[in-house]
Design a protein around this ligand. Sequence first.
Ligand code: NAD
Length: 408
Amino acid sequence: MVVGMSDSILDNATINIREAAKRLELDEFQTEQLIAPDVVAHFRLPLKKDDGSVEVFDAYRAQHSNKRGPYKGGLRFHPSVTPEEAQGLATLMSIKTAAVNIPMGGGKGGIVVDPKLLSEAELERLARSFARHLAPIIGETRDVPAPDVNTNPQIIDWMVEEFEKECNVQAPGTFTGKSVAKGGSLGRIDATGRGGVIVTERIIKSMEMGAPSVAIQGFGNVGQWYAQLGAERGWRVTAVSDSSATLVNAEGLDIQKVIKFKQDGASLKDATGYGDVLNRDAVFGYSCDVLALAALENAVTANNVSSVQAKLIVELANNPITEDAYNTLVKNDIQIAPDVLANAGGVIVSYFEWQQNRASSQWEEADVRQKLEATMAEATQTIVDYAHEHRLNLKDAAFDVAIKRLVE
Ligand code: NAD
């Protein structure tokens, strides 16, 4: 791995692909084909505001690779959206879908907007406008967007309706992450946390570790499901953090109670009745076997990496470890379950939603869970075995496995 190049998702993805290409002895043309996106589309979306004024928003859709199936990836509504970020995340999606072996490619996009500054009606008009602009380049067999940061099933339902009207078709499989009433899949809400637990279970087994103690940075959808499903398997969740504080109990937190406390709208800084409240970043250095990162990118950095005590870090967020912190962890023999594997549960169930829509069927929740378990377990085993065989860390192994499939 190259030391301290950059913390941008696109730069890191590009570095990781170049290194994998070198290990796999790909030629220059194959390597550049893997890096170059097929399309980065730029849209300008004029929005008529409730007060009659007009504001124009920039929006992007990056389509990285469709070599293995339609482009697949989320749409985020956030002020920090850039074409480079969309391209970087689309690249990671191509690696992720190939690493877990589902027949989809990689895409990502979004609107440069703070949705908190829009009324509900303005948000709906903007989402529908984006769907009309995207219509010529997306579709069930072409590019299948999904929700991401600040987008949700309601927004996706509006976009499906608008797309179908614009194209005069019935094609609910053009988007995933719909509400269940509009063709969404059962089992999507917990899929990323559940997938993370399945990956963790397999890796700790390969490390010959028993039921672990676990610290979790970020206690939203993914962190809470990971904690709950881990606790059900007998793991001791000793620390959880949100943007306000870290809550710890060395004996193990009562996860059901802490989740209820959070879901009632409270912050962990006020959770004194459930454990000891420490500062927000105390989670990184808390004594544990497994540290799960379920907040944002660039969480573990050169500044806090030396405090990490875990034997395994699980990347539930995308790109949560900076490149130089990564090198330090690898040098210290700390295992890392890479994002392209550890958080793939969401895109796998999105793929199941697409399959159900294409077949006009709806699977039972138990069926979705069983298929998710099988897909994630097989992907993890393949990557763990490849890592052992080639003496690589799990991230390099995941990239090699994915890139081999992409060039095949
Ligand atoms: P979420 O918004 O529900 O939760 C995020 C949590 O992180 C919140 O509890 C927030 O308080 C906390 N947080 C923010 N900054 C923090 C900080 N500095 N320190 C500690 N905690 C902090 O989001 P989510 O859906 O749970 O997603 C978590 C991460 O996983 C995101 O990076 C997301 O991109 C990634 N991810 C999510 C999915 C999915 O299906 N939801 C799929 C793949 C990747």
